[in-house]
Write a protein that binds this ligand. Structure first.
Ligand SMILES: Cc1cn([C@H]2C[C@H](O)[C@@H](COP(=O)(O)OP(=O)(O)OP(=O)(O)O)O2)c(=O)[nH]c1=O
Length: 208
């Protein structure tokens, strides 16, 4: 017996894991995200690891009321974090509409990079843990946006819970000229890289 736990509250991440047909439980991490690193790839890998480790640490302390998260099983916890890197700026989720306007103005008429870090934390039935952390980068080319277009997009409410204040899968799609890299990575979970890395580790997530 083994189990996969997605350490995320993001509906997009859940949908992407469902899309590829994995059996998994969802248990979001609640802790504060503490950024200490500077490089985008270091930031997303660190934050993904914090989320996966937080959920993994709960496995040992959970009581009977959370039976689904009890071991003894081999457990794989998956954490992820997405940010947008535009020039020297790192953009997370906007604080408010003003912040969303600032971010979208910054992205207008140029390309930026979306980084998603992914952390696997493995715990075997004897309680031993192991980690594997990596990231994926996708370049996104945004058309020149008029002020009225940015304001109209903000009024849709889509920016609020998304890194860089936009969702490629939503109404912002009309402003994206092209991307270079994995689309799913921009949405929040690079499922091809996840499968590739598990394969490299000798793990088949469908039979594991
Ligand atoms: C750039 C971009 C980001 N996003 C989303 C993906 C992430 O959910 C979010 C970035 O925030 P994250 O902090 O990576 O994730 P989250 O808080 O939504 O979920 P959790 O920490 O529980 O896993 O932005 C899109 O949905 N579309 C996009 O085009």
């Amino acid at each position: 017996m083994s189990q996969i736990i997605l350490a995320s509250a993001s509906p997009r991440r859940r949908e992407l894991l469902e899309q590829i047909g994995l059996n998994f439980e969802v248990c979001p991490a609640k802790g504060e995200e503490i950024i200490i690193k500077k490089e985008p790839k270091e930031v997303v890998m660190e934050l993904a690891a914090q989320k996966a480790r937080e959920v993994a640490s709960m496995l040992k302390t959970y009581g009977d009321e959370h039976r689904t998260l009890m071991t003894p099983q081999d457990t794989l916890v998956i954490g992820a974090d997405t940010i947008v890197a535009a020039g020297s700026e790192i953009l997370g989720k906007p604080k408010d509409e003003e912040d969303a306007f600032r971010m979208l103005s910054l992205l207008s008429g140029k390309s930026h990079s979306v980084y998603t870090g992914v952390a696997f934390v493995f715990i075997d039935r004897t309680g031993r843990a192991g980690e594997h952390i990596f990231y994926e980068k996708t370049d996104v080319f945004v058309r020149q946006l008029k002020k009225s277009e940015i304001l109209r997009y903000i009024a849709t409410g889509e920016p609020s819970d998304k890194a860089g204040a936009y969702g490629i899968q939503g109404k912002f799609a009309i402003y994206i000229d092209k991307i270079d890299g994995d689309y799913n990575n921009v949405v929040g979970l690079p499922v091809a890289a996840i499968y590739r890395e598990l394969d490299r580790l000798g793990i088949d997530p469908y039979t594991w």
